[in-house]
Design a protein around this ligand. Structure first.
Ligand code: HSE
Length: 305
């Protein structure tokens, strides 16, 4: 009888410019690891990292609690969380834990849920940090690659990214509010101009075609969002400079990673990712901000290790 399962889930970038709450891309920069073990009574969280240990305040805890309720599982469970994804920087940290939790629960109790269902359960975890459910990051962390989420009717589509796609991510060392995603969702417009919607929709469509055709250039030059990015960029000191520097250094597209404050540039293996990354660091430095900068590739999804 299986008593314990360990799952590793990747970080992710959401939105990719025009695909707010719809697009996600799993990245191989950081991973969260969750061990789910049958033990004792009730459900407990253990971690050496700075994560909430109350079930309802932890994205993985919410997922396990809800799945146990739904599948009427009364076994005592211990959830050991090892954080690798930086929390609160737009790298899908809460989603990586939530995705690992859903996949671990499914494996431990041999539920054999399909991708859509795993993503739905993992999405519940976003309540803990975003105050609302959205599926872009969790879909990427569960399934890997590039994902498109449609919520009504619910359907997640995964597309394997081109092998030559490279991402440069600059993670600024700034203080972020506790419920950062919730805060950065509050600055968004409630309504948008039809002409703006048309521009974003056309870029979202070419971006999808870029992934279908494995065309890095088409993906990169579709990373263009005129609705969400302008509303959020004031929350990221140095944003305009970082973006301009990266584009001048040859990036094909640059935008906020998820709800920020990280900034992500899209490029190809045949271009110069190192030069782009350094230009982004300089951009933040000109706003007197240090950053952690990483070059990464798309990742596979959550896996039992
Ligand atoms: N799509 C979400 C947002 C991702 O931009 O608010 C945040 O995790």
């Amino acid at each position: 009888m299986v008593e314990s399962v360990t799952v590793k889930a990747p970080c992710s970038t959401a939105n990719l410019g025009p695909g707010f709450d719809v697009f996600g891309l799993a990245l191989d920069a950081y991973y969260d690891q969750i061990q789910l073990k049958k033990e004792g009574k009730g459900i407990r969280i253990q971690s050496l990292d700075a994560v909430p240990i109350e079930l309802e305040k932890n994205s993985a805890g919410i997922v396990i609690k809800e799945m146990a309720r739904k599948f009427k599982i009364k076994t005592g469970l211990v959830l050991k969380i090892k954080k690798g994804v930086p929390t609160g920087f737009g790298m899908g940290s809460s989603a990586a834990s939530a995705a690992a939790a859903a996949v671990a629960f499914d494996a431990l109790f041999k539920l054999k849920l399909d991708g859509n269902n795993l993503v739905k359960y993992a999405g519940l975890g976003e309540m803990a940090s975003a105050g609302s459910v959205h599926y872009d990051n969790v879909a990427a962390s569960v399934l890997g690659g590039f994902v498109i989420v449609r919520t009504d009717p619910f359907n997640v589509i995964k597309i394997d990214p081109p092998k030559d796609l490279i991402l440069c991510v600059a993670i600024p060392k700034i203080n972020v509010p506790q419920k950062k995603t919730e805060v950065s969702r509050k600055v968004l417009p409630k309504q948008v101009k039809l002409s703006d919607h048309v521009k974003n929709l056309s870029n979202a469509s070419t971006l999808t075609a870029g992934f279908m055709r494995k065309d890095v250039r088409l993906i990169g030059n579709s990373i263009n969002d005129i609705i969400v990015e302008p509303a959020r960029k004031h929350l990221i000191p140095g944003f305009d400079k970082v973006k301009k520097n990266a584009l001048d250094a040859g990036a094909m597209g640059v935008t906020i990673s998820g709800a920020g404050p990280s900034i992500i540039a899209f490029t190809s293996i045949s271009d110069n990712p190192r030069k782009i990354l350094n230009s982004m660091k300089k951009g933040f430095a000109s706003a007197k901000i240090e950053c952690t900068a990483v070059i990464c590739k798309p990742s596979r999804g959550a896996t039992v290790v």
